[in-house]
Design a protein around this ligand. Structure first.
Ligand SMILES: Cc1cc2nc3c(=O)[nH]c(=O)nc-3n(C[C@H](O)[C@H](O)[C@H](O)COP(=O)(O)O)c2cc1C
Length: 141
């Protein structure tokens, strides 16, 4: 059974390329063996991550991520059983919400600043999907 979980959190320190690299290195090391795919989106001190895979594996990873002191206010946005993956090609894609993706953000939100704590889970989910289909994702930074 496949599930997709999307959460938002606030970084406890400014989100530097070094911090993103550390997180993605862990993801690329662990996610393939656990059959996890997804995307990590970040900007303005906020993370949004989609995790896809088996229910047991996704739940275990989410619990580990919740305990990570590099972020706080970890908030579950959506959790659903799904027929197929949206990010099947990425053990963890990355999507900086910079100028390049600002137009996409504006399509879904009243502000060009990413604030998933104010958007509905459904809107955030659509935003991540469109990042995937519009070529806004990178595999490694
Ligand atoms: C925003 C965020 C996203 C993360 N995403 C993942 C992930 O997709 N996969 C993963 O294994 N660890 C992820 N981590 C790291 C885990 O919380 C944990 O530190 C890591 O899995 C432990 O790996 P290690 O035992 O190699 O140190 C993430 C951490 C943060 C703060």
């Amino acid at each position: 059974m496949l599930v997709r979980l999307i959460y938002a959190s606030r970084s406890t320190t400014p989100i530097t390329s070094e911090l993103v690299k550390q997180i993605l290195d862990a993801a690329h090391q662990h996610n393939p063996e656990r059959g996890i795919t997804g995307v990590l989106c970040y900007g303005d001190g906020v993370f949004v991550q989609a995790l896809e895979g088996g229910r047991t594996e996704v739940n275990a990873l989410y619990q580990a991520i919740c305990r990570d002191s590099r972020h706080r206010d970890v908030t579950l946005l959506t959790y659903a059983e799904v027929d197929q993956r949206e990010f099947a090609c990425w053990s963890m894609a990355q999507a900086p919400l910079d100028k390049k993706n600002a137009a996409l953000l504006l399509r879904h939100s009243s502000s060009p600043v990413l604030d998933p704590f104010r958007l509905s889970g459904q809107t955030t989910s659509r935003l991540l999907s469109e990042l995937g289909s519009s070529g806004g994702l990178r595999s490694k930074g």
